[in-house]
Design a protein around this ligand. Structure first.
Ligand code: PNS
Length: 160
């Protein structure tokens, strides 16, 4: 049973994240999308909002479940008995940070391997930060996130 965690902040989830989830669901028996509950980070969406959005958007994949975690990823991996971490690599700029985290996690927990998927070319520029930046200025985010969550994102900025 190959259980993998796809961890991240997902604030909000983008087409790039959903592409990685879809592709990894074909590679492993079970994917847990692990949404980091980081109380120190000032997130746009609450943890429940982020988890529910991803649940709705991944309903079609029977081997994908969505959960949240706090603290260290290695501890969460042990807790849910996962042996693989999935991360998307967009460009060489992601590499140094991702390598450091993957190596740190491996030193801490030798049974844990990090697998990198290269982001599809059409999403290689995309990040949650870009989505928030565009949305905060009233920009068109329809090429960045699914239509279902656009009103939720716009709502956050209209209220501010
Ligand atoms: O989507 P992000 O913000 O790039 O995801 C980063 C994430 C959640 C994968 C990373 O910050 C993480 O694993 N945080 C949990 C704390 C931890 O274990 N850090 C790595 C060891 S220094």
């Amino acid at each position: 049973m190959r259980r993998a965690i796809y961890p991240g902040s997902f604030d909000p989830v983008t087409f790039g994240h959903l592409d990685i989830i879809k592709r990894s669901s074909k590679l492993f028996d079970e994917i847990i999308v692990g949404v980091l509950n980081n109380s120190q980070k000032n997130a746009l969406f609450s943890i429940d909002e982020r988890v529910n959005m991803i649940k709705e958007l991944t309903r079609e994949y029977p081997n994908v479940r969505v959960d949240s975690f706090e603290g260290l990823l290695v501890d969460y991996a042990k807790q849910v008995d996962a042996s693989i971490i999935i991360r998307g690599l967009r460009a060489v700029t992601d590499f140094e940070y991702e390598l450091q985290i993957a190596q740190t996690n491996h030193v801490q927990y030798q049974n844990l391997e990090t697998v990198f998927l290269t982001t599809s070319l059409n999403y290689s520029y995309l990040s949650s930060t870009i989505v928030r930046e565009f949305a905060s200025h009233g920009g068109d985010i329809s090429r960045f996130v699914p239509a279902e969550i656009i009103p939720l994102i716009e709502d956050k900025y209209n209220r501010k």
